[in-house]
Design a protein around this ligand. Structure first.
Ligand SMILES: Nc1ncnc2c1ncn2[C@@H]1O[C@H](COP(=O)(O)OP(=O)(O)OP(=O)(O)O)[C@@H](O)[C@H]1O
Length: 501
C-alpha cells in the first residue's frame, strides 16, 4: 500500500510520464510535476537545479521519482494491487526509460551508420532485467524494450528530419507522435502496439512541404521486437521504410511495382520482381507518394490489400500476406478528385483513419519568420556536409534582398533548397517566375496565339494538340485537369505540355 502522499505524487508522475513530448500539454505537465515535487520533497532540490540542464523540469521529476521508488525498495510490483500497482509501474518505467536514454540514442546513431545490418544492443537485456527484477513479466518487459527504442527513434527522427519551431511545425511533430503511439501510451502498450498496421495514414499538403520527410519519420519509428538471444533488435529500422512514387511509373508497370511479378508474367518480364508490398517487412511502412494520381483500377487493387491484407504478384497464383502499414500522400485537392470521380470514396475512407496535414512554408514563415534561417542553415549543412553559419547568414541576406517579404514559396521547402543552391552558386534567387507571372495576360496570349495559328491554317495535328493542352494547362495548372478535359491520359498531357515537339 502506498501512503496518501506517495499516491498523490505517483499520480502526477503517471499523468506526465509518457505524454506526447511535442505537445503543448507536455511542458505544462512537467512543470506541474516539478512543482508538486519541490513542495513535497525538498531533499531532492540540490540535485536538480543546474542551470544548464536541457530540461530542468524533467530532471527534477526524474530524481524525485528515483527517490520515491528507492523509498519503496525492495520494489516488487506483484505485491501491489489496483491503482497503486499501475502508478508505481509507470514510475518504474519512467525511471528505467531515462536511465537508458543515452544507450538508445547511441543505438539510433550506430544503426543509421550500419544501415541494414542490425547492430548489437546488449543493453536491451539490462533494460528488461531492470523491469523483471522489480516484478514485471518477461513478456511485457521485452515489449517495453521495443517501445523505449521506438520512442527514442521517433523523437530523434522528428527532430532531425523536420526542422522548424513554428507552431504549425510543432503541431505536425505532435501529430506524428500521436500516429505512432496514439495519445495514450498505456493503451498503446496494452492493446495497440502490434495493431498499428491497421491504421493507415494519409498525409496531405502542398508540393515540397515535407510529406516525404514526415513519412520517413513514421517509417523509421515502428515497433521492432528485441531478440534477447542475439542481444539486438531483430531488424534494422533503416529497412522498415519502403517508399514508392506512383507518378514515376506508367500505368502498365504500376501493378508490378506494387505487387511484384513472376518471371515471364508478361513480355519483358525476364526475371521475377518483388514489389513494395512483398519487400515491406512485418511492422514496416509502405509510403505511396502521389496517391492522388493513381488510376481507378489501381485504387481498387490497393483497396483490396488494405482491406484483406493479401495481394497477388502479377502472373502469380498464390496470395501473399502484407503485415506492414500504409502511408499515402498527395499534394492534390483530394476533395475535388473525389467529386470528379477520380478518387474512389471507398479507397479514401480506407486511408482516412488518420489524416495529417503538412503545413506550407509560407504558413510557417508567417507564424515564425526566423524559421527561414533555420531551414537555410539546415540546407547549407546538407549541401556542404557540415554547418556553416557565416555562409547561411549570407544566403539568408541574399534571399531577403532578392525576394519580396511576402514571397509565397509555391514549391515550399524543396524550392527553398534549390534557392539555397542558386545563391551558393553566386546568383540571386528571384523566385518561381511561372507562379509569379500574372495569370490572366499569359492565358489570353496563349489563347490568342492558338486562335491566330488556327486561322492561318499553319498547324499540324500534333502542334494543335500541344497548343491546346498548353492552353488548358495555363487555365487549370494541373496535368489531371488537362487530361480530363482533353480526354487523354495524364502522361500524354504532360508530354505535350513539357516537351518541345
Ligand atoms: N521541415 C523540414 N525540415 C527540413 N527539411 C525539410 C522539411 N520539410 C521538407 N524538407 C525537405 O524538403 C524537401 C522536399 O520535401 P518532401 O519531398 O518531403 O516534400 P513533399 O511534400 O513530399 O513533396 P511532393 O508533394 O512534391 O512529393 C526534402 O529534401 C525534405 O527533406
Amino acid at each position: 500500500m502506498l501512503s496518501t502522499d506517495a499516491r498523490a505524487f505517483f499520480r502526477e508522475v503517471a499523468a506526465a510520464a509518457f505524454a506526447n513530448p511535442f505537445s503543448e500539454e507536455r511542458a505544462r505537465r512537467d512543470r506541474r510535476l516539478a512543482a508538486t515535487l519541490s513542495r513535497a520533497r525538498q531533499a531532492d532540490q540540490e540535485a536538480t537545479s543546474s542551470d544548464d540542464a536541457p530540461n530542468p523540469e524533467i530532471d527534477a521529476a526524474l530524481s524525485a521519482v528515483r527517490a520515491e521508488l528507492d523509498r519503496l525498495w525492495p520494489l516488487d510490483l506483484t505485491t501491489l494491487e489496483g491503482e497503486d500497482r499501475h502508478l508505481v509501474e509507470v514510475a518504474l518505467l519512467f525511471d528505467t526509460f531515462h536511465v537508458f536514454v543515452p544507450e538508445f540514442d547511441d543505438l539510433v546513431v550506430r544503426q543509421l551508420e550500419a544501415g541494414s545490418r542490425p547492430v548489437k544492443a546488449a543493453f536491451g537485456l539490462d533494460v528488461a532485467r531492470r523491469l523483471t527484477e522489480r516484478g514485471m513479466s518477461a513478456e511485457r518487459a521485452a515489449r517495453f524494450v521495443g517501445i523505449f527504442f521506438q520512442m527514442r527513434r521517433a523523437f530523434f527522427m522528428a527532430r532531425e528530419r523536420l526542422k522548424g519551431q513554428s507552431p504549425s511545425m510543432q503541431r505536425l511533430r505532435a501529430r506524428l507522435w500521436q500516429a505512432i503511439f496514439t495519445e495514450d501510451l498505456a493503451r498503446y502498450e496494452a492493446q495497440l502496439w502490434d495493431r498499428m498496421e491497421d491504421f493507415s495514414i494519409f498525409l496531405i499538403g502542398p508540393t515540397g512541404s515535407g510529406k516525404g520527410a514526415a513519412a520517413s519519420v513514421l517509417g523509421a519509428s515502428s515497433w521492432i521486437p528485441f531478440d534477447d538471444q542475439a542481444g539486438r533488435f531483430s531488424l534494422s529500422f533503416t529497412d522498415l521504410f519502403v517508399p514508392l512514387n506512383l507518378s514515376q511509373f506508367p500505368e502498365t508497370l504500376i501493378e508490378s511495382e506494387l505487387f511484384g511479378h513472376k518471371k515471364g508474367a508478361f513480355t519483358g518480364a525476364i526475371d521475377a520482381h518483388e514489389g513494395v508490398f512483398g519487400r515491406c517487412p512485418r511492422h514496416g511502412v509502405i509510403f505511396l507518394d502521389e496517391i492522388g494520381e493513381t488510376s481507378l483500377p489501381t485504387q481498387i487493387k490497393l483497396l483490396r490489400v488494405l482491406q484483406e491484407r493479401v495481394f497477388m504478384p502479377v502472373g502469380g497464383h498464390e496470395e501473399q500476406r502484407f503485415e506492414g502499414r500504409v502511408i499515402a500522400a498527395t499534394n492534390r485537392d483530394i476533395g475535388r478528385a473525389r467529386e470528379d470521380g477520380r478518387f474512389r470514396d471507398d479507397f479514401y475512407y480506407r486511408l482516412c483513419s488518420d489524416v495529417i496535414e503538412v503545413p506550407s512554408l509560407s504558413e510557417r514563415l508567417s507564424e515564425a519568420p526566423a524559421e527561414l534561417e533555420e531551414l537555410v542553415a539546415h540546407s547549407v549543412a546538407r549541401i556542404l556536409g557540415q554547418p556553416d553559419e557565416a555562409l547561411s547568414d549570407e544566403v539568408v541576406a541574399s534571399l531577403n534582398a532578392s525576394l519580396p517579404a511576402d514571397y509565397a514559396w509555391p514549391g515550399n521547402v524543396r524550392e527553398l533548397e534549390q534557392a539555397v543552391r542558386r545563391v551558393l552558386l553566386g546568383a540571386p534567387y528571384t523566385g518561381d517566375l511561372r507562379q509569379a507571372a500574372p495569370a490572366a495576360p499569359e492565358l489570353s496570349l496563349v489563347a490568342a496565339e492558338l486562335g491566330a495559328r488556327i486561322d492561318a491554317g499553319e498547324l499540324t495535328m500534333r502542334e494543335l494538340q500541344q497548343a491546346y493542352c498548353r492552353l488548358l494547362y495555363a487555365r487549370s495548372g494541373t496535368y489531371e485537369e488537362v487530361a480530363r478535359q482533353a480526354e487523354i491520359d495524364r502522361r500524354t498531357a504532360r508530354r505535350y505540355i513539357e516537351e518541345e515537339l
